[in-house]
Design a protein around this ligand. Structure first.
Ligand code: 6PG
Length: 241
């Protein structure tokens, strides 16, 4: 595990601007080394704010979007066009606004393309085996007030799965109830892990994760990048540190 770095920003808006700028810089510098960067997106409100800033800052960044591969760390198992889908949110916020190659955008199957959440997880796992690079460049994760990351919730048996890339999650405490999530070992196959957290309702979870809580109580304690783990916080989310 890498030692986490903590960056505190004034509020959610400045945090989103900073993360979006760092993402564009990171992806561009990976391309300059001759590799095609692979990223994993997440869902939730701070992710959406970051995505909107990516769209705004992208022109002039020098990033060749046709050479970026996009995945999700988790997805809600709902209809393909549901506004609850993380992919729909990301498309609306930025993917439709940048010249990404649709063949490089790997969505988790929706209810239109998989008969069950377990089948969706299996198909997504297969897609990662076929089109993944073995390691992500950046995995972005929101954190819930209960300390969840992706769709790995406190007390869930999914936290102990170490022989799968993706799992189906049922009875999620955060609606909608059915989701597909990367497992902890899969989330941690990344050069950089960026946790994006805003709001004082997350402050205790942030403090617990950074204080070395058990992963079964605070799943965010279990994620780490191979080169860096960065907690991007606003002042409210950092208030219990
Ligand atoms: C989801 C997520 C989830 C999210 C956190 C934080 O699809 O619901 O991927 O893990 O990132 O719950 O969400 P907020 O930023 O909205 O609090």
């Amino acid at each position: 595990m890498t030692v986490p770095r903590i960056e505190v920003h004034e509020d959610a808006a400045s945090l989103a601007t900073e993360v979006a700028g760092e993402l564009l810089t990171r992806l561009t510098s990976v391309q300059q080394t001759g590799r095609v960067p692979q990223i994993a997106l997440t869902g939730g409100s701070i992710a959406e704010a970051v995505h909107r800033e990516v769209a705004r800052l992208s022109p002039g960044s020098g990033l060749d979007w046709s050479q970026v591969v996009v995945w999700w760390g988790d997805e809600r198992f709902v209809a393909a066009d549901s506004s609850e889908r993380n992919a729909v949110q990301a498309r609306t916020a930025f993917l439709d606004a940048v010249p990404v190659d649709p063949g490089n955008v790997h969505e988790v199957p929706s209810t239109a393309h998989a008969g069950s959440v377990a089948d969706a997880a299996t198909a997504y796992e297969q897609a990662i085996r076929e089109h993944g690079a073995g390691v992500f460049d950046v995995v972005m994760l929101g954190v819930g007030p209960d300390g969840h990351v992706a769709s790995l919730f406190p007390g869930s048996p999914a936290l102990d799965v170490d022989d799968r890339i993706a799992v189906g999650v049922t009875h999620s405490p955060k609606p909608p109830p059915e989701r597909v999530s990367l497992t902890l070992p899969a989330l941690n196959r990344t050069r950089a892990t960026w946790l994006l957290v805003s709001g004082d309702e997350k402050a205790d979870a942030v403090a617990a994760a950074l204080g070395g809580a058990d992963v079964h109580d605070t799943p965010a304690a279990g994620v780490s990048g191979q080169d860096e783990t960065v907690w991007f916080l606003d002042r409210a989310a950092a208030s219990a540190l």
